[in-house]
Design a protein around this ligand. Structure first.
Ligand code: SF4
Length: 611
């Protein structure tokens, strides 16, 4: 293709996005879809046409899993390597693809027709092994199904013809068209129940906007993404911040392996999320809402856009909502495969078309968020709760759950249990009660909140899921006694190593070193000293990393060493042990002095020395 043709096609993609530089990621995704790669020439042209520094465009183009500098295949197959996929037979699926095509993952067929790639969790932990082909989701894939898919791709059939459409609820809509089921196993009073669309917003708009804030505060609602920050207070900070435009972000980038609750909420009750955002917009006097939708959930985009359009038609969004002077609208921005973008400041940068790297904080998003304007970031589940709180009152919500954890929580349960899926439970349920709900037996361990959370043993199964005890963003992954726990830990450490944004060395290098030490133990060469070194390095990584990823990434190792010491004791060599002569604290102090970074690092050395 000539340069002139490339320029013309690129210009039409840019025009589709109104030439908006904050849409750079969407433009790059369209370029990737058209050419199956993003070449240096495309990067240069984009920089020129959008009047952006080339390094900015290149930085974005090289950051995300779903953008590729080399041809990704006319059909790009992304299998996800999450632990739940491994549990469900991923190895057989990988082998079937490789045998059928005669290539390894990471390669393309010689004609570039099919490219095989691996990626992190795609949010289908309840129906693994799952994969994406050009963005379309295929679930419960078997080796036989792989052979069918390969035959279909070789016959150059459109991807939508390869899908066996789901007949499950909204998943059956033509606007979704994927092999996904909801698996809603337990409904409660807040989500997945019939309600009169717009009724929560109408009720909210009978109040003064400040009073809506007070109702949310009185309800005790806390952020459902995992951190549990009080929602009313957060909304108050954003409302009080000065700026030209106030933004609301909905963080629909659930990327923690084992988490899929937002997928089901977005599929079945998107209007509940959007109405909650509009109530929040009214309370904060904001005018712009943005849903940051993880790239893996791009298959829901048409469905979500349709819901937004029908809400606009009913004057529940847009200008003059419900005939008043309140204007608020919502648009969708898609990610492109990067777990770190679930971190709220990385999400903001990604939304602006940049690399999804965490920002330094302060300033916090409430005062300097999207485009450095006051911004509130909440999880979809948090916004959805606001609707029912407005309808049924703060007291009603507060009476559900525990003293410091009001309301209900959506759990994504997966792994070794007969009934994986979504459970709406009151805060305060014990882990043992949750295991009984999903029929899990012979349980060795439960990974609470995904790899960044805690891996607990049976001794802790009577702990309660709530902010006072065992806080969770919702992922519950069950590991049976038939599993090799270290295999699970290795999968989780590889996940963090692959998903580190690479900005800071403790996270970038530390996770790799931790994964290597674990490997040493797994192949039979580890000693008790290696286990101690893992603990020491793990705490160093946590204390010296810049954002939540590095601050939690050693958890799979540290919590299993703490809760399952016998597993490690059984795997280390007893015939030999040696104390390393390498002094980590000294080495860090020495290299820090050389880099003139003593004030920053001294505290880390001290922290390392305490271990
Ligand atoms: Fe990036 Fe890891 Fe540092 Fe976070 S801790 S900024 S993910 S390198």
């Amino acid at each position: 293709m000539s340069d002139a043709e490339t320029r013309t096609q690129l210009q039409s993609i840019i025009d589709k996005h109104a030439g908006d530089p904050t849409e750079l990621l969407a433009i790059l995704k369209d370029a990737q879809a058209l050419w199956r790669l993003v070449t240096p020439e495309i990067v240069t042209l984009l920089a020129e046409i959008l009047d952006l520094p080339r390094v900015h465009v290149e930085g974005t183009a090289t950051f995300y899993h779903f953008l590729s500098g080399t041809h990704a295949g006319t059909y790009t197959v992304y299998v996800n390597t999450s632990m739940t996929a491994e549990m469900a037979g991923l190895a057989g699926v990988v082998k079937a693809f490789e045998d059928e095509l005669g290539i390894a993952f990471g390669d393309n067929t010689s004609d570039n027709l099919i490219g095989l790639r691996k990626t992190s969790c795609i949010g289908m932990s309840d129906q693994e092994p799952a994969l994406l082909i050009n963005g379309t989701v295929f679930t419960r894939v078997t080796p036989d199904r792989v052979r069918e898919l390969v035959a279909g791709m070789r016959a150059r059939r459109p991807v939508h013809e390869l899908v066996t459409p789901s007949n499950d609820s909204n998943n059956a809509l033509p606007s979704i068209h994927a092999e996904v089921t909801n698996n809603i196993q337990l409904k409660g009073p807040v989500f997945f129940t019939e309600y009169d669309l717009g009724s929560g917003l109408k009720k909210a708009m009978t109040y003064d906007s400040l009073d809506v804030l007070e109702v949310i505060k009185a309800s005790g609602l806390r952020g459902r993404g995992g951190a549990g920050f009080p929602t009313g207070a957060k909304w108050g900070f954003c409302r009080a911040a000065e700026g030209e435009t106030r933004y609301l972000m909905c963080n629909a980038d659930e990327g923690e392996p084992g988490t899929f609750k937002d997928r089901v909420l977005l599929t079945e009750m998107p209007e509940l999320i959007f109405e909650g955002m509009t109530i929040a917009g009214f309370a904060m006097e904001a005018t712009h809402g943005i849903v940051y939708l993880r790239g893996e959930y791009g298959y829901l985009r048409e469905h979500l856009e349709g819901t937004l359009a029908s809400m606009r038609a009913r004057h529940l969004l847009g200008r003059g909502i419900l005939g008043t002077h309140f204007h608020f609208d919502i648009r969708i921005k898609e990610g492109a495969g990067a777990y770190i973008c679930g971190e709220e400041s990385a999400l903001l940068d990604s939304s602006e078309g940049k690399r999804g790297q965490p920002r330094n904080r302060p300033p916090y998003p409430a005062t300097s968020g999207y485009l450095h304007e006051p911004t509130n970031v909440n999880n979809p589940e948090t916004y959805a709760c606001a609707v029912k709180i407005m309808l049924r009152g703060a007291d009603w919500f507060r009476q559900i759950g525990t003293a410091k954890s009001s309301g209900v929580k959506l759990l994504s349960i997966a792994g070794d249990c007969p009934r994986p899926g979504i459970y709406e439970v009151e805060w305060g349920k014990t882990v043992r009660e949750v295991l009984a709900l999903c029929g899990a037996e012979n349980v060795l361990a439960v990974q609470v909140s995904g790899p960044s959370g805690d891996c607990i043993s049976e001794k802790q199964f009577d702990r309660k899921l709530c902010y006072e005890d065992l806080s969770t963003g919702g992922a519950i992954t069950i590991i049976s006694r038939e599993r090799d726990l270290l295999f699970v830990v290795r999968n989780h450490m590889e996940f963090f190593r692959n998903e580190s944004c690479g900005f800071c060395i403790p996270c970038r290098a530390g996770n790799q070193l931790l994964a290597r030490s674990l490997e040493k133990i797994m192949v039979g060469n580890g000693t008790a000293t290696d286990v101690k070194d893992i603990q020491r390095l793990g705490h160093l990584v946590m204390s010296a990393s810049r954002c939540g990823l590095g601050q939690t990434s050693p958890h799979p190792l540290l919590t299993t060493i703490e809760n399952f010491p016998e597993v490690y004791a059984a795997r280390v060599r007893k015939d030999v042990d040696y104390e390393s002569q390498f002094d980590l604290a000294f080495a860090i102090a020495d290299s820090s002095a050389a880099a003139h970074r003593l004030p920053l690092v001294e505290s880390h050395v001290a922290a390392a020395g305490e271990e």
